[in-house]
Write a protein that binds this ligand. Structure first.
Ligand SMILES: [Fe+2]
Length: 249
């Protein structure tokens, strides 16, 4: 399994606070069979400059790498971040924020209202040769009210990601539906700590295998691996949901 969204680096955001916390999360991921991880601490342009963030992230990464326990994990690691969307990003060189050695960047949005300039800024990234990965798309009420808005972004070249925990909420959840409709292509842990927000990737994969079938698991893995290796991800043929008796189907 591949995890492109997690908060494992120590002392940099609301995820792991200490190296011990980081090792506990890594141990859990390793036991579940995760073989590739991208570390994605939160980045907010209003709080810190891109250069300063890269410096802080490097220090945190070095702290984790210097712990003797880190070396025992047969996992490939890359650095990345989870960018909080701002239309101010349009004028910025955001390439240093991409997943290491790739043209993919993970972006989250306000969970209250659709941010001003969202589509324009995402299309600007795509025009610059970058691919936005939209973090936990199940969380945004504006997409839930009108999934066509999300379909449009995915058909323009964005990749939609859902969280493992949200998929495990079952068939009625938007995460499950986005996967079933072919709109969401990757499932990530978004883990923060082993106690409060653990990684449930294995359980989510098993659930998807059981309910949607192995083809979905295979596709999620191959899409995740393509992103990790900076290969092209095809624009999917998605199901455009219709509202029937108050429910999107
Ligand atoms: Fe996150």
């Amino acid at each position: 399994m591949i995890d492109l969204h997690c908060h494992i680096l120590p002392g940099i955001d609301d995820g792991a606070q200490t190296v011990d916390d980081s090792i506990a999360l890594l141990e859990s991921q390793y036991k579940q069979g995760v073989k590739n991880i991208i570390f994605t601490p939160h980045f907010h342009i209003r709080s810190i400059s891109i250069d300063d963030f890269i410096g802080v992230r490097e220090k945190s990464y070095e702290k984790l790498c210097s712990d003797p326990r880190f070396g025992k994990y047969d996992i490939k690691f890359k650095k990345g971040c989870e960018i909080y969307f701002s239309n101010k990003l349009m004028d910025k060189d955001v390439e240093p924020l991409c997943f290491e050695g790739t043209s993919y960047l993970l972006i989250e949005f306000s969970t209250r209202e659709r941010p001003y300039g969202m589509r324009t800024t995402l299309l600007d990234f795509i025009n610059r040769g970058l691919t936005p990965v939209l973090a936990h798309v199940e969380r945004y009420p504006y997409f839930e009210r009108d999934p066509e808005q999300l379909c449009e972004l995915v058909e323009a070249g964005c990749v939609a990601q859902v969280n493992a925990d949200a998929v495990l909420e079952g068939k009625g959840s938007m995460a499950y539906k986005y996967l079933k409709w072919g709109i969401a292509r990757v499932v990530c842990s978004d883990c923060h700590s082993v106690d409060k927000r653990p990684s449930n990737l294995r359980a989510a994969y098993d659930y998807i295998d059981k309910k949607l079938g192995y083809e979905y698991v295979r596709s999620i893995n191959s899409t995740g691996m393509a992103i990790f290796d900076d290969r092209y991800v095809d624009i999917p043929v998605v199901h455009h949901p219709k509202k029937v008796l108050g429910f999107w189907v």
